[in-house]
Design a protein around this ligand. Sequence first.
Ligand code: ADP
Ligand code: MG
Length: 329
Amino acid sequence: MRKRVLAALLALLLGVAAAGRPAHAEKTSGVGYYFDTVITLTLYDAEPGLLDELWAMCKGYEELLSKTVEGSDVDRINRAEGVPVAVSAETMEILRTARAVHDASGGAFSITLAPVIALWDFTGGTNRMPTEQELAETLPLVDDSRIVLGDDGTVTLPAGMQIDLGGIAKGYIADKGAALARGRCTGAVLNFGGNVYTVGRKPDGSGFNVGIRDPQGPEGSSKYVLRTQDGTVVTSGIYERYFELDSVRYHHILDPKTGVSSMSDLASATVVCGSSMLADAVATACIVLGCRDALVLLNSLELDGLLITRDGEAYVTPDFIEKWQLRSV
Ligand code: ADP
Ligand code: MG
């Protein structure tokens, strides 16, 4: 936890401190912990109360989308035993995007991985690995195409299956945070643990610098920096939550085909666009797909991406470097 807070503070410094001359902007910022993640919010010349509203929004979405909060939409879907559940329009919007990315990625992104995720422990220090039998029993429950998203606002999940929005929810919340902040401050950097959304401009009128972590480097280190104004930069990486056994890294992004951490050649995937929700899901899918197929997916969705392989090689979609002023650090 301490390390994460440190990393978040470093990311915050990278994102906002290089602001050049300090114009007359009043800066408000805070660090919070929601969705199992450190969240750092920085606002320039914000309306009074905006920061509090953003924290209240985080709390509200945690209560709606967390698998572990009793009575959340996700909890109710998971406990319904095959009965249709009425959900909020917001949950439905996320589920529809999850389905679209699932389909576009050939199932690399699958929210029905939840029962398999429950077999692992990436952060608790137990280094628990599922047995082959456990995997054989739970893998048949991974199939997003069996989630029925009704036009009447209900969701039906076959009994025994479970969903987990960990690969997409933070992106949705980042989008909502940006929408809340837009027009009510001159600039904002909203960092939802790897999902960064910048709004407006820095006090000196320029865009924001966002650091892309070096997957091989220590927490908080950056390999590249890019520049955004109003938009999101989302990175998924195999360095986030993991343990190592017999020189194999088991990390928190699972391959839905095997139920085991993705063994693809990618160490991180960054997507830059206007929708943090879409970018979040696509970045996760890219890690599973591996460099070659990830580039195909990004191109098919017309999304800008930066992929870093386990060997430290970087690949970008066309025009990425110029468009986002990418530079090494
Ligand atoms: P982070 O949460 O670190 O930003 P991601 O956005 O890549 O990283 O999401 C990883 C989380 O998504 C995991 O902790 C798990 O809850 C869930 N997940 C793991 N593998 C997949 C997958 N293949 N498809 C969809 N969700 C996944
Ligand atoms: Mg994701």
